[in-house]
Design a protein around this ligand. Structure first.
Ligand SMILES: [Zn+2]
Ligand SMILES: [Zn+2]
Length: 395
């Protein structure tokens, strides 16, 4: 069977072209029903794990899902018992630590020493502490306290426009620059020039920034001396879930989009292109929308709950955006490579198996012909095994 998109020859049993990933059955050549990173899911599906942890297969993704659910239960349980220092610390570091474990676990960059990732985490964290101290303590503390106090009393008339501009517009933009810096520096290195690498650095930096910001903003929980709190716990649960867990996912996914755009599709990084500028603006804009919504909703009855729902809406938009972006990048880069004939460094060379469905991959495949999963969305470790040539060398 010849592929209608790239003219590669495929076996008659193929469901997807092994070179460009085009669906060979039916008219679904756009593949909206099958995400190239995890082919059993649709592109427009709100699936968090396969979006921010693209190198997991279905089995390991399930482990992360359970670990996240268990941690969420722990956080909500600690809050319900009024153990706020535990709840806040756990909520701040839940997502970033899970993410570090993921990077270590799938051994995403085996030639990249783990210190690179830990360094990214700590450098971003240090910058986050600095920016957060400047905004929340050193320079604009009175505006911040006035805004939070006014909304806590539900006095819409006390709404301060300068405070809103500082904390819902200026801070998100400054923070987005800081979150992009370390990821962009790493994405310039030749061993990390894939779009998936950029995405991973961006998510790691965004979640690290969120964690350290949370610790600065809620530091009074740790310094007040009251280990147990009994008042306002139902509000605390909503605040902890939104301003710590959902926030960290929003920061991570938004920065992931920006740094992935910096990497660009195909080999080598694209750098400061209009495509990057557009996606950086998108990331900063989404952060502004999130904070405007949270700060304004706080003045309404049930404001914290409205803010939480708003956070989920924003997160949904970000997740779909990443999936559409990754899908387009994986399919377009594969078609370009297929058109160039010859083999790229990302093809498989020897008999090897699809990490997703365990069917055998064709020699030189970029996609599994059975399930359509992209070989490039697997970890570098899995790819290195695929790329070991029969002579024992590494291609
Ligand atoms: Zn094809
Ligand atoms: Zn497969």
């Amino acid at each position: 069977m010849t592929c209608p998109t790239c003219n590669s020859d495929n076996p008659d049993v193929a469901f997807y072209c092994h070179k460009c990933g085009t669906s060979l059955r039916g008219s679904a050549s756009t593949r909206a029903g099958s995400y190239a990173v995890q082919s059993s899911e649709g592109v427009n599906q709100f699936a968090l794990i396969s979006t921010i942890m693209p190198a997991t297969n279905r089995e390991t993704a399930d482990n992360y899902r359970w670990a996240m659910i268990a941690s969420a239960v722990l956080i909500i349980g600690a809050t319900a018992f009024g153990l706020l220092p535990i709840a806040v610390a756990a909520a701040a570091f839940l997502i970033p630590v899970a993410y570090l474990v993921y990077i270590y676990d799938v051994n995403l960059w085996e030639d990249a020493p783990a210190p690179v990732v830990v360094g990214l985490f700590l450098v971003t964290g240090g910058l986050s502490v600095l920016v957060s101290l400047i905004f929340y303590r050193w320079v604009f503390e009175s505006q911040f306290l006035e805004m939070v106090g006014g909304s806590a009393r539900g006095e819409a008339t006390s709404l301060s426009i300068p405070a809103l501009l500082i904390f819902a517009i200026l801070l998100p933009v400054v923070a987005e620059v800081v979150k992009n810096l370390p990821g962009v520096l790493l994405a310039r290195m030749p061993q990390f020039d894939d779009m998936i690498d950029g995405l991973t650095f961006g998510v790691a930096a965004g979640t690290a920034y969120a964690a350290f910001e949370t610790i600065v903003v809620f530091s009074s929980v740790f310094t007040s001396g009251d280990f147990r709190t009994e008042q306002g716990l139902s509000t605390w649960i909503v605040v902890i879930v939104n301003l710590m867990v959902v926030k960290s996912l929003i920061y991570g996914t938004a920065t992931g989009i920006a740094v992935a755009a910096f990497s660009g599709k195909g080999e080598g990084y694209d750098g400061f292109t209009p495509y990057y500028v557009k996606n950086f603006a998108f990331a900063a804009g989404v952060n502004i929308l999130y904070w405007l919504g949270v700060r304004l909703a706080a003045y309404l009855p049930f404001g914290q709950t409205i803010g939480l729902l708003w956070g989920f809406v924003i997160l949904g938009v970000l997740v779909i955006r990443i999936r559409v972006m990754m899908q387009a990048a994986l399919l377009e880069a594969a078609i370009e490579d297929a058109a160039k004939a010859g083999t790229s460094k990302r093809d498989s060379f020897v008999e090897t198996f699809c990490p997703e469905c365990e069917n055998m991959l064709l020699v030189g495949a970029q996609f599994c012909i059975a399930c359509g999963t992209s070989v490039r969305s697997t970890s570098h470790q899995a790819r290195k095994h695929m790329n070991s040539s029969p002579q024992g060398g590494v291609a």
